[in-house]
Design a protein around this ligand. Structure first.
Ligand SMILES: NC(=O)c1ccc[n+]([C@@H]2O[C@H](COP(=O)([O-])OP(=O)(O)OC[C@H]3O[C@@H](n4cnc5c(N)ncnc54)[C@H](O)[C@@H]3O)[C@@H](O)[C@H]2O)c1
Length: 314
């Protein structure tokens, strides 16, 4: 199959990720059919997408007249089999559970036409952990979108050792057409790229917070105002080159032996989670806010990210 042949996409799972993925692909012109075992989640897809699109209009990224066209490309189906019939590409974005993903790939293999490419949005599993449920391993691949998927540009593309070059090409071109930045891995590795890198930073931040070296506000400000401020322009390796690699090497030799290298998250972070403080979901985490304040924070984050997205496209 060529990338130009992809017209219909099925999205399995209408949660945080599924509805945003459906929005991105429908905006790019694909006909998207979403399914979910939770009827309420499925029914609310058009309303959630419409709310997201309102922020895109405010940011000047789409016109108001685009909304009915985009929504008209998003369909819902009551079962995986109905969603998958006729799909050129399937994006599995159901709950993170290996047994569930194995079952879904097994059913998708039976329900889809032979040409269909099966992708999974798993954030921790490898495609080789469940593609063996199918008779089309060459057409199985992992695509790791980031939250919020309708805004964040990068999508990691992680083939298994059995994935064909054609599958990699078709999926990469579909993502590009949806305005995404596909990042291809040359081999499978747990955590892929982004979560491994992000986790290395989180470990040190949690450790500094646990030791009381700085408040949550100051830790966040230190990152946002320094290397975080540079990141939209230069990635870490280019930043090394610009700063002088020999200087960074000397600093690394001094700091790497003393920064946190524990295989467990810091004790205070564990205690916070054990207490049931999960952040936005429970009202308190590193920060303590009312539901209205949390909503205002999420709305501001989305406005900021959409402005950044607009700048990155100019
Ligand atoms: N949330 C994130 O930040 C994020 C980021 C990247 C990747 N992911 C990955 O994306 C996937 C989905 O995550 P999410 O955050 O959207 O989860 P979610 O809990 O918001 O949504 C998952 C949806 O899958 C549905 N589901 C469960 N079993 C199903 C089945 N048999 N058939 C159809 N639908 C079914 C659930 O009802 C739910 O609506 C997971 O694999 C997750 O690891 C999540």
């Amino acid at each position: 199959m060529n990338a130009e042949d992809v017209r219909k996409v099925a999205v399995i799972g209408a949660g945080i990720m599924g509805h945003g993925i459906a929005q991105s692909l429908a905006t790019a012109g694909y006909e998207v059919t979403v399914t979910d075992t939770n009827a309420a989640a499925l029914e609310s897809v058009p309303a959630r997408v419409e709310r997201n699109l309102a922020a895109f209009i405010d940011a000047g990224l789409i016109a108001a007249a685009d909304v009915p066209v985009i929504l008209g490309r998003i369909h819902t189906a009551p079962s995986l089999e109905e969603a998958a019939a006729g799909a050129d590409v399937v994006i599995e974005a159901a709950t993170e559970n290996q047994d569930l993903k194995r079952q879904l790939f097994n059913r998708l293999d039976a329900a889809c036409p032979e040409r269909t490419i099966l992708t999974s949005n798993s954030s921790s599993l490898l495609i080789s952990e469940f593609a063996s449920e199918t008779k089309r391993q060459d057409r199985c691949i992992l695509t790791h979108w980031m939250n919020p998927p309708h805004i964040v540009p990068a999508v990691e593309v992680i083939p298994g050792p059995f994935t064909s070059q054609e599958t990699i090409e078709v999926v990469t071109r579909m993502l590009r057409r949806a305005g995404k930045l596909p990042v291809r891995l040359q081999k499978e590795i747990p955590g892929y790229l982004v979560n491994r890198i992000q986790m290395a930073m989180f470990r040190e931040v949690w450790s500094l917070w646990s030791k009381g070296v700085a408040s949550a506000e100051d830790l966040d400000m230190a990152v946002r105002g320094s290397f975080g401020f540079r990141l939209p322009s230069v990635g870490p390796l280019l930043a090394n080159d610009l700063a002088g690699d020999e200087t960074t090497y000397v600093i690394a030799r001094r700091l790497l032996p003393i920064i946190d290298s524990s295989p467990e998250p810091s004790t205070a972070f564990r205690e916070m989670v054990e207490k049931g403080d999960f952040g936005l979901k429970t009202g308190r985490g590193f920060y303590d806010h009312t539901p209205q304040e949390w909503q205002a924070i999420v709305d501001k984050r989305d406005r900021d990210l959409l402005r950044q997205l607009k700048c990155s496209r100019e």
